[in-house]
Design a protein around this ligand. Structure first.
Ligand SMILES: NC(=O)c1ccc[n+]([C@@H]2O[C@H](COP(=O)([O-])OP(=O)(O)OC[C@H]3O[C@@H](n4cnc5c(N)ncnc54)[C@H](OP(=O)(O)O)[C@@H]3O)[C@@H](O)[C@H]2O)c1
Length: 259
């Protein structure tokens, strides 16, 4: 059997590209997300490239019980996990309008909205990763690999703090995991992308001017692609990267430094 590679958020964007990259190695790929239809479309696309079958599991990884169900389904089908890519995430302030709270004080309404996006982004970016990793930790093989998805926003903010802060929270989690699991040969790393095109992250909010501004911030003359991230994750999961652990690998064409 090939390596069993679990990719959360594997139904779209970066996660789909990561799943497809591992499938090319004849790995047993498992993709997890909330929408069964998005997962089925991604699996069909990967399978159409002749890369073997993909197991899809529809689950909300902010829910501990559902994270355990994910583990149980994987163990039943494959009996082990070799690679975990905790990629599910996003910025709730880009995905949903804030709630119109039924309160008569504008200052309270404002704080309730602040609380909503901080809590939402921590659930979406921290809990989805932590609950998946913790659920799978006991079935992760020796010399296994864990890769968490952060963001350039962890370094330079995201407009209102909560998204970047939630991604930054993954960094010390990775260090602690690396320390705890390292003697088993397990490595734990974080990949922090800059702007990546053609995902569902930004919905339909991107203007040509904004995209051009992103492109100019980097040194490579282009914006990032899901393939850039997939290749980096794939390298971190390779046997040759066995001494690379507790690292944050930024993939942003130099945009974090600017020019
Ligand atoms: N695109 C960028 O420019 C960029 C830059 C830096 C970092 N990132 C990070 O890269 C990762 C992938 O994002 P993307 O750009 O590929 O955006 P995306 O296309 O929106 O992918 C996010 C994925 O996460 C899944 N997901 C969201 N909530 C979930 C939950 N509660 N449980 C399980 N799965 C869930 C989504 O599927 P369902 O909706 O079906 O659950 C979706 O497939 C994210 O962590 C994001 O923060 C992206």
């Amino acid at each position: 059997m090939g390596r069993v590679v679990v990719v959360s958020g594997g139904g779209t964007g970066i996660g789909q590209a990561v799943a497809a990259r591992f499938a090319r190695d004849a790995a047993e790929v498992v993709i997890v997300g909330r929408r069964a239809d998005a997962l089925a479309r991604a699996a069909a696309g990967i399978e159409a490239q002749g890369a073997g079958s993909v197991l899809t599991i529809a689950a909300d990884l902010t829910d501990a019980d559902q994270a355990l169900r994910v583990r149980d389904e994987i163990v039943e089908r494959h009996g082990k996990v070799d690679v975990v890519v905790a990629n599910a995430g996003g910025n709730v302030t880009r995905k949903q309008a804030p709630t119109d709270f039924d309160v008569d004080r504008p200052e309270l309404d404002r704080l309730l909205k602040v609380r909503e996006h901080w809590q939402g982004n921590f659930e979406l970016n921290v809990l989805t990763a932590v609950l998946l990793v913790e659920a799978l930790a006991d079935v992760l093989t020796d010399n296994g690999r864990i890769v968490l998805l952060s963001s350039i926003a962890a370094y330079r903010g995201s407009g209102n703090g909560s998204y970047g802060a939630s991604k930054a929270a993954l960094h010390p989690y990775a260090f602690d995991l690396s320390s705890a699991l390292g003697e088993r040969g397990v490595t734990v790393n974080v990949v922090a992308p800059g702007y990546i095109e053609e995902t569902e992250f930004f919905g339909d909010t991107i203007t040509e001017e904004w995209r051009e501004n992103q492109r100019k911030q980097g040194h490579t003359g282009r914006v990032g692609t899901s393939t850039d991230i997939a290749e980096t994750v794939h390298w971190l999961a390779s046997p040759g990267a066995g001494h690379v652990t507790a690292q944050i690998v930024q993939v942003n064409g130099g945009a974090a430094l600017g020019r």
